[in-house]
Design a protein around this ligand. Structure first.
Ligand code: SAM
Ligand code: DTB
Ligand code: SF4
Length: 325
C-alpha cells in the first residue's frame, strides 16, 4: 500500500522525510570528484553502468495550452510563434512509433498540450496507446491533470508510464506557473499510482532557481513513497517569447551535480538526461552518464524543440561503449 502523496503534502509538518533539503545541499556542496564518485558507486549497485534506456517523444497535440508555465513554448499566453495543431490521427502516431522502434527506441512517449484531457480526447489517446503497445513498445503519455477514473482508462489501454513533473522547488513553483499548483500535480500523481501505472516525474533546472531550490525539488521527488520509477531532469531550453527566454544558463557542472544528487537519492530510479541535450557537448553528456543518468530522449525532436539526431547519439554510444536497453 503506497502513502497518498497529496495526503503527505497536506500533512507536511508530520511527514518524516527520508532526505532533507539540507542533506541534499550538502551533497551538492561536495567537491565535484567526490560527488561523482559517490553517484557512480550508487549507480553501479543498482544498474548496469553501461546501459542507457532510449525513449522517443511525439507531440500528439501541439500548442494552444490554457496554462501559463513560464518555460513552455505551448502556452497560449506566450507569443512564441508556434503553430497550433489538433490531435494527430492514429495513422500518423503509429507510423512515428514504428519508425522510433526501427531506430532502436524501447519506449514511445506521447505528449499533449492540455491542462488535462477531455473524455473524448482521452478515448482517442487510449486508442493510440493500444496501437503503440501492439508494436511491442513501452508506452508513456503526458496529458496534464487527470480527473477521477481517467488513469484507470489509460491503464486499461496498456499504459506503462505517465509523465507529470513537479518541475521546480515548491517555494519557487508560484513564480513559474500560476494556473495550477504543485498540490494539483501531486493529486494527479496519486491517481496515476493508484491505477497501477509507473510514475515518470522530474523537473527543470536553469530557471533562475537557487542550489537550495534544486535540492528542495530533489527532496520532494526522493521522498515520494515510492519515488518515481523514472526521473527526467530537463535543462531549460529557452524559448523566445516565453517569460524565461532570457534566463541565464546554468553552469554545466551544476547540471551534472543535479544528476548526481538525483542518482544518489533515488538509487532505483531511471534518471533521464532530458531536454537541453542538443546544446550539450558530447563530453558534458558523458559526465552526466558518469553521474548516473541512464535514460535519454532519442530522436531528432523533443515536443517542439530540437534534440540531437539519432546518428549523433549512435556515435556517442559507440565512443563511450554504451548499449541501449
Ligand atoms: N501539458 C503537460 C504537462 O504540463 O504535464 C505535458 C507536456 S509538458 C511540455 C511536459 C514537460 O516538459 C514539462 O513538465 C516540463 O518539465 C518540460 N518542458 C516544457 N518546456 C520545456 C523547456 N522549454 N525546457 C525544458 N523542459 C521543458
Ligand atoms: C519531460 O520531462 N521532458 C519531455 C517529456 N517530459 C515530455 C519534454 C521536454 C520538452 C522540451 C521542450 C519542447 O520540446 O517543447
Ligand atoms: Fe506547457 Fe504542459 Fe504547462 Fe501546458 S501545462 S503550458 S503544455 S508545460
Amino acid at each position: 500500500m503506497t502513502t497518498g502523496i497529496a495526503e503527505r503534502v497536506s500533512k507536511d509538518s508530520h511527514v518524516q522525510h527520508e532526505w532533507s533539503t539540507a542533506e541534499i545541499v550538502a551533497l551538492f556542496d561536495l567537491p565535484f570528484n567526490d560527488l561523482l564518485y559517490r553517484a557512480q558507486q550508487v549507480h553501479r549497485e543498482h544498474f548496469d553502468p553501461n546501459s542507457v534506456q532510449r525513449s522517443t517523444l511525439l507531440s500528439v497535440k501541439t500548442g494552444g495550452c490554457s496554462e501559463d508555465c513560464g518555460y513552455c513554448s505551448q502556452s497560449a499566453r506566450h507569443k512564441t510563434g508556434l503553430e497550433r495543431e489538433t490531435l494527430l490521427g492514429i495513422g500518423e502516431v503509429v507510423s512515428a512509433a514504428r519508425a522510433a522502434k526501427e531506430k532502436g527506441a524501447s519506449r514511445f512517449c506521447m505528449g499533449a498540450a492540455w491542462r488535462g484531457p477531455k473524455q473524448k480526447d482521452l478515448e482517442q489517446v487510449a486508442e493510440m496507446i493500444r496501437a503503440v503497445k501492439g508494436l511491442g513498445l513501452e508506452t508513456c503519455v503526458t496529458l496534464g491533470m487527470l480527473q477521477e477514473g481517467q488513469a484507470e482508462q489509460l491503464k486499461a489501454a496498456g499504459l506503462d508510464y505517465y509523465n507529470h513533473n513537479l518541475d521546480t522547488a515548491p517555494e519557487f513553483y508560484g513564480s513559474i506557473v500560476t494556473t495550477h499548483s504543485q498540490a494539483d500535480r501531486f493529486d494527479t500523481l496519486d491517481k496515476v499510482r493508484e491505477a497501477g501505472i509507473s510514475v515518470c516525474c522530474g523537473g527543470i533546472v536553469g530557471m533562475g532557481e537557487t542550489r537550495s531550490g534544486r535540492a528542495s525539488l530533489i527532496a520532494e521527488l526522493a521522498n515520494m513513497n515510492p519515488p518515481p520509477e523514472s526521473v527526467p531532469i530537463n535543462n531549460l531550453v529557452p524559448v523566445p517569447g516565453t517569460p524565461l527566454a532570457d534566463a541565464p544558463p546554468i553552469d554545466p557542472f551544476e547540471f551534472v551535480r543535479t544528476i548526481a544528487c538525483a542518482r544518489i537519492t533515488m538509487p532505483h530510479s531511471w534518471v533521464r538526461l532530458s531536454a537541453g541535450r542538443q546544446e550539450m557537448s558530447d563530453e558534458l553528456q558523458a559526465l552526466c552518464f558518469l553521474a548516473g543518468a541512464n535514460s535519454i530522449f532519442y530522436g531528432d525532436k523533443l515536443l517542439t524543440t530540437g534534440n540531437p539526431e539519432a546518428g549523433r547519439d549512435e556515435k556517442l554510444f559507440e565512443r563511450l561503449g554504451l548499449t541501449a536497453v
